[in-house]
Design a protein around this ligand. Structure first.
Ligand code: FES
Ligand code: FES
Length: 163
């Protein structure tokens, strides 16, 4: 498994989780990231695939890391919010700030990763595409209209227009 482009050391990661290396494949990806690797951007909300606060990218696809076992992604590229700026997502993060699209912030790492995956496959997404992409991300604070504003800003900016 590579996380944000860096190969993960199974023995060290298992040890950080208090596991033997043979038990690592059965650990939840969310726990591997947070407790094994110290990448605490992905958050645990529901722990059952309902809220999206744990969303990361696996081979470019947004997934709930609370539902994935390490063994299922042992050969995959995993991306977390900690690597977002390095993959070209700084404009997305800046747009969230500029549009004041963050309140408590708990959902935002997951929302950012869902937005990043959407922009990868659809550089100028429609409102329907945005709604579909964020369908699995619950935010109880901000309201989703600002997320739409953010994505339209970023799309315009990347196409060379005003953001
Ligand atoms: S914590 Fe994974 S979907 Fe809620
Ligand atoms: S900003 Fe608080 S849950 Fe989304």
């Amino acid at each position: 498994m590579r996380v944000n482009g860096v190969s993960v050391d199974p023995a060290a990661t298992a040890a950080a989780l208090g596991l033997g290396v043979d038990d690592l494949p059965g650990a939840r990806l969310l726990d591997v990231l947070r407790d094994g690797l110290g990448l605490t951007g992905a958050k645990e909300g529901c722990g059952m695939g309902e809220c999206g606060s744990c969303t990361v990218l696996v081979d470019g696809r947004a997934v709930c890391s609370c539902l994935v076992l390490q063994g299922q992604v042992a050969d995959a590229d995993v991306e977390t919010v900690e690597g977002l700026a390095d993959r070209g997502g700084a404009d997305l993060q800046e747009a969230f700030v500029r549009r004041q699209a963050v309140q408590c912030g708990y959902c935002i790492p997951g929302v950012l990763m869902s937005c990043a995956a959407l922009l990868d496959r659809s550089p100028d997404p429609s409102d329907d595409e945005i709604r579909a992409a964020l369908d699995g991300n619950l935010c109880r604070c901000t309201g989703y209209n600002r997320f739409h504003d953010v994505l339209h800003d970023v799309a315009r900016g990347r196409c060379g227009g005003a953001s």
